[in-house]
Ligand binder design. Structure first.
Ligand code: HXC
Length: 515
């Protein structure tokens, strides 16, 4: 009898806790197309796999009448579950409870589940929907954020950290996502900013809407703070589920192997993708799809710095990270944003034992005052650093242009690529034939009777001598010149024989990359 009474008391307490901020707040949440915190977790995880902890945690604050306020679960839901059978730790902020604001108890729930994730060696997923530091709790809220940031940093490169932005995330609420590996945003729902429109208007007089300041598109296209953009919460959860299949649980493991599948070559025929005219653009994603298993390429940061393409795919069932210049956008040049984008991805793959495949076709770094003043030297150096530092198998294919700094930066042998292949269409030189001829034959062209004729002739001379892969191959900088339709076979073989690659970097506490 006593057990029955106690069980019914437990059920009553659970029911109260599960109501979150109450029906009115939940209705408000739904009216703007948002799910509640628990609904989100259930939609993301495998059916019936979610196990919630710390449901009865409450705050102990008393200033500003806080002692009179009950905040169920202190505004955050935490627990464990699985995605496609993979274990994960998860938390979701509950906006219906004090706007998901972060007080000390709320922070302690998050740091506890983060500590679990580290101990268990599994990904941590944070669903963020929060007004930031809980104002009434003062410095205790700031302490809570500090504890989260510290753990984000300790966990970096050890377990995958995934942030999902599903509401207005202001102040401290945006810095934890910024420290994590992948940030997901949803059109019209996600907002991220350090200070909101009101504060901006008061302090510096600028007027801007929340959406224009820090909406999903702004972060997916302009700032690069977001890695994945979705049109609905459900699409966002599907993206996360797919990502989880490509990455390992922790840095001691490899990603799950999948059954080998041939590319869909009827749609992506490698021989027909790249135009013979080196000035004609093409979509490098088609080349990737013509090489990888099942033509299944999972692109990361698709909308940001589109002159470089990064993402996950599989070769003979094994996850690899592709980094490829995109001739379709700005001729595939490297610039400030594309260098940042690629460098971070290279470091992610290296930290999580994911081999790198680099496809090269670029005229070099983007010239111009804007780029120089935006710090292209410092940002461009990041990609050199990331490739040089990476010890996972590194395979490179030069498709067409590999000029100047771009040749070196895109994982050349000099940055310790393990294998560098080139198609017969490759052009490896200090710069393009036109530019080179104009400089080294300047006087001859200027003094000629028919300068244009001589210029053309000199360009051809330079092209014949250098615009091919054979000079580099003669020096051993290219391991093999291959036919395009041999690319997949060569990469798979190179991957197989690199599987026991061991490289010991010089002993140091850590390097100092050009952050
Ligand atoms: C306490 C908060 C809160 C906060 C929201 N609420 N943010 N309570 N601390 N930071 C409460 C509201 O009072 C309200 O309570 C409920 O949550 C819902 O909020 P609304 O304003 O009604 O919702 P909405 O209109 O959708 O606006 C959402 C919002 C707005 C844009 C997030 O609430 C807002 O601007 N909040 C403050 C954002 C901010 O400046 N945060 C920075 C904190 S400083 P009731 O009881 O009325 O339902 C910070 C520094 C950390 O984070 C630095 C670390 C590096």
């Amino acid at each position: 009898m006593a057990l029955k009474r106690k069980t019914s008391d437990l059920k009553k307490r659970m029911r109260n806790a599960l109501q979150g901020g109450g029906s009115k707040a939940i209705e408000k949440q739904k009216a703007i197309g948002k799910l509640t915190a628990r609904e989100r977790i259930i939609a993301l995880l495998d059916p019936r796999s979610f196990h919630e902890y710390d449901i009865f945690v409450e705050h102990a604050a008393h200033d500003f009448d806080m002692d009179k306020k009950r905040l169920p679960g202190d505004g955050v839901v935490t627990g464990t579950g699985t995605i496609s059978g993979h274990p994960v730790c998860i938390y979701a902020q509950d906006f219906t409870v004090a706007g998901g604001s972060l007080g000390l108890a709320h922070a302690k729930k998050i740091t506890k589940i983060m500590d679990h994730a580290m101990k268990l060696g599994v990904p941590i997923i944070g669903i963020n929907d929060s007004g930031g530091a809980r104002i009434q709790e003062g410095v205790n809220s700031l302490a809570g954020y500090g504890e989260i940031f510290y753990r984000n940093t300790q966990a970096s490169g050890v377990i995958p950290q995934i942030s999902v932005i599903l509401g207005p995330c202001a102040g401290g609420a945006v810095y934890s996502p910024a420290l994590t590996d992948f940030v997901f945003v949803v059109e019209n729902i996600s907002k991220m900013f350090i200070t909101g429109p009101e504060v901006i208007k008061t302090t510096i007089g600028e007027v801007i809407s929340m959406e224009d300041l820090g909406g999903a598109r702004v972060h997916a296209e302009t700032t690069g703070n977001a890695h994945f953009f979705a049109m609905s919460e459900q699409e966002c959860f599907d993206q996360i589920k797919e990502l989880i299949t490509f990455i390992p649980w922790n840095n001691q493991k490899k990603a799950d192997a999948f059954p080998k599948k041939a590319p869909r070559t009827r749609t992506y025929n490698i021989d027909g993708i790249v135009p013979t005219d080196p000035k004609q653009p093409y979509d490098v994603r088609h080349v990737i799809k013509s090489i990888c298993d099942d033509s299944d390429f999972f692109e990361v940061q698709e909308l940001f710095a589109a002159n470089i393409v990064i993402g996950f795919a599989r070769l003979k069932g094994e996850t690899v990270g592709f980094v490829a210049n995109q001739p379709l956008v700005l001729a595939g040049v490297l610039d400030v944003d594309s260098s940042d984008k690629a460098a971070r991805f290279i470091r992610y793959c290296d930290a999580f034992n994911i081999p790198l495949v680099t496809l090269v076709d670029l005229p070099g770094y983007l010239p111009g005052v804007d780029q120089e003043h935006a710090g292209v030297i410092r940002h461009g150096a990041k990609i050199l650093y990331a490739y040089s530092e990476a010890t996972v198998p590194k395979l490179t294919v030069v498709i067409r242009k590999a000029y100047g700094g771009g040749y070196i930066a895109m994982c050349s042998h000099h940055l310790r690529a393990d294998f560098v292949f080139a198609w017969p269409t490759a052009e490896i030189a200090v710069m393009g034939p036109e530019g080179a001829a104009n400089i080294i034959f300047r006087n001859e062209i200027k003094n000629a009777e028919n300068p244009e004729e001589v210029r053309k002739q000199k360009v051809k001379e330079y092209k014949d001598k250098f615009a091919n892969p054979y000079v580099a191959a003669a020096h051993g900088y290219i391991d093999a010149v291959i036919e395009p339709n041999d690319t997949r076979r060569m990469l798979i073989h190179a991957l197989e024989i690199s599987s026991n690659k061991q490289e010991t970097p010089p002993k140091k506490k850590h390097g100092i990359p050009p952050f």
